[in-house]
Design a protein around this ligand. Sequence first.
Ligand SMILES: [Zn+2]
Length: 130
Amino acid sequence: MRLKCVIMTVILVTIPLHSQVYVGIGNIFDNLFNEPYEIAYALLDDGEIFSFTTKEDSRISASASFRKEFIKKYGYSMDRVILLIHSHTHGLNRFSVRDIIFLKKMRRYGFKGVYVLYYKPTNSFKVYDK
Ligand SMILES: [Zn+2]
């Protein structure tokens, strides 16, 4: 077995003593998920965002292929989607079986981003990590 020699370079950074740090705090989702029905968003790598809903209480009757084709119509491929997020307005505080099937289809279409669930009753997010 051949050993590799690793050379580490230490870079010294000089930080000015009197730099002012401006800190902001907010919630990027403040203007999203205010609807009483389930809604999904697809965020693209250039900041473009698509929303999908059928204004139903606990589902979105728009297939994975419909959403993929819609996004494609605007010149994007699925590998440019960095986030897929949808809401549950009540009930299940986890991804449903339908959600997982949907994700698998999107992965087949080239989606490589993060899959997130927003659970409205507790104002919390879950990232799908499998
Ligand atoms: Zn869901």
